[in-house]
Design a protein. Sequence first.
Length: 300
Amino acid sequence: MTSKMGTEITNQADSRSADDAEHTNIMDLNQEIEAYRQKIFELNKLADIGQLSAGILHEIKNPVSFVNNFSRLSQGLVGEILEIMEKPESERNEDDLADQKDLLDTLSKNLLKINENGKRIERIIQGMLAQTRSDGPFLEPTDLNQLLEEYTKLAYQSLRGEDKDFNVSLSFKLDPQIGEIKLSRGEFGRVILNLVNNACYAINERRKQNAAGYDPVLSVCSEKIGNEVEIKITDNGIGIPPEIVSRLFQPFFTTKPPGKGTGLGLALTYSSIVETHKGKIQVTSTLGEITEFTILIPLL
């Protein structure tokens, strides 16, 4: 009897040891998977940054030109104002005073434009730095409409840098009532980048089909609806087959040929919208006609 009980206790101990070992192996495997997932995520971020480079260079070039031009013009205005002020007071007439006022008004407007374009450069650089941050997502008050417009243009200019024949009409319908909402600027920038890249790819593929009278259009809309913000990114490209729509957000699934996509973009987009921003994302498409991604973000 004692021997039998001892055998049962030994078997139970061995079983527990085997279970513990299996549990440890599963935990180790999960940690490895998470580490690889993080590495893949970081590599995908680097790929996004590389793709943004051409668009960033183009988008910075324009405001830098504005700053340089208006600075030069303003310097000339200062010279004209000084000429008037250097006149003896007895020689100044009403025309001089009127000219001085006009010059000061123009100078003030020029300085305002310099300031606006300087801030635009700063936003683009901050967006670039946000892409490289390795810490977790940080929600901060963000001008959503500004982010939508700037990242859409950055993505478009990046693609234009790779293919000069590519062109599309960008249409923006942005609700001014939205204002600032709490977003992870870097993450949401990548969401826009990915969705616009996919839209442009679909448009370019349809363009290559030489469809008669085809007018490529990409539209970005935002609207405040109750306690949520709705964002729609729509293209009139090749569309998505119905049997594929349900698989779009699966990791490593892609409809693009080898070398054109990692299959991670939409999976990371889904994770950002649902997990980081506690929102929803869905897609509807008519093959050969239109594809529309709809995002709902709660106002926190």
